[in-house]
Design a binder for this molecule. Structure first.
Ligand SMILES: [Fe+2]
Length: 303
């Protein structure tokens, strides 16, 4: 059964997808900071991490959809821990990963290598249902961009203090995730977890920006209420660090000739005992959409 069929059965196709109506905000536990980039991996480490992924692509990689492939929980591999953990400790002090702290029966793909040919809509990736652990930073480590283009990552000035969410106002497609919410029905400012809605047309994302960086895959109205915070270049080895509340995404590198990209993305948490969220993972466990990938995606240009 496809995602669309499941969504129709559940009555959420073309509508908002809210996995837990009792979710609470995580605003106020950690001060907001602006995004930044840091030199994180040297050339040897970049090549090592790339090879580590491609050596496992036919045996351990999971296919999310036709153009996104994940190798989950990179921090569970001792070889990668040796490279990544000391750097993360130096940068972030005491932190936790999802696999350190969750008791979920149905695991969420929180930390992973991603190989992808497409992009997602503007979104956040926060996991908010674990008591005592507040979403802190997303760390994105670019490893490769095939096609030789610099296709930047963007952050908007808008934040979202609910669970990970995709922002798709007036856009209907067949993407549904096990954990993430999707907002399609109302202007974003009408949702309780949304912050800094931009109503000034002169400050909002322009149609020219949309055309240059998104192209025809979505609709311009989807960006209503957003304003640009930063454009961060996709440079192998140079990590992009953002607060987990920042709404962000990748620009459409295919417009510029990019073919696929590979990177590692991690979600860090801080331990704050006073944080007491609703612990419901999802009221739609049927929405699971991951399946084993048995083929090397690089072999299929039309995947
Ligand atoms: Fe993301």
């Amino acid at each position: 059964m496809t995602h669309v069929h499941k969504a129709k059965q559940l009555g959420v196709y073309g509508k908002d997808l809210v996995h837990n109506p009792d979710d609470k905000s995580f605003e106020g536990f950690i001060p907001e900071e602006q995004p930044y980039q840091i030199d994180f991996l040297d050339d040897f480490e970049i090549e090592y991490c790339k090879k580590f992924y491609y050596d496992r692509v036919t045996s351990e990689v999971v296919q999310l959809n036709k153009s996104h492939f994940f190798l989950v929980y990179p921090l569970n591999y001792p070889e990668l821990r040796e490279i990544l953990i000391p750097k993360l400790n130096e940068q972030f002090g005491k932190w936790f990963s999802y696999s350190d702290i969750n008791n979920d029966k149905q695991k969420q793909s929180s930390d992973f290598y991603f190989w992808q040919q497409g992009i997602f809509a503007p979104h956040t990736d926060s996991l908010i249902h674990i008591p005592g652990y507040v979403p802190y930073k997303d760390v994105l480590i670019p490893l490769e961009m095939e096609g030789g283009v610099d296709s930047p990552y963007y952050t908007f000035n808008q934040r979202w203090y609910g669970r990970g969410c995709h922002f798709k106002y007036k856009h209907i497609d067949n993407m549904f995730a096990l954990y993430s919410d999707i907002m399609r029905e109302k202007p974003y400012g009408e949702y309780k977890f949304f912050k800094n809605y931009e109503s000034d047309p002169d400050k909002m994302i322009s149609k020219d920006w949309y055309d240059e960086y998104f192209g025809e895959i979505y609709n311009y109205e989807m960006l209503q209420g957003f304003s640009l915070n930063k454009m961060l270049p996709w440079t192998p080895g140079r990590a992009i660090v953002t607060d987990s509340s920042m709404i962000h995404g990748a620009t459409n590198y295919k417009i510029k000739g990019g073919k696929y990209k590979l990177g590692i993305t991690l979600r860090l948490f801080k331990n704050i005992p006073e944080y007491k969220p609703s612990t419901v993972f999802s009221v739609f466990p049927q929405m699971q959409g991951f399946s084993e990938c048995k083929a090397d995606p690089r072999m299929d240009e039309n995947a």
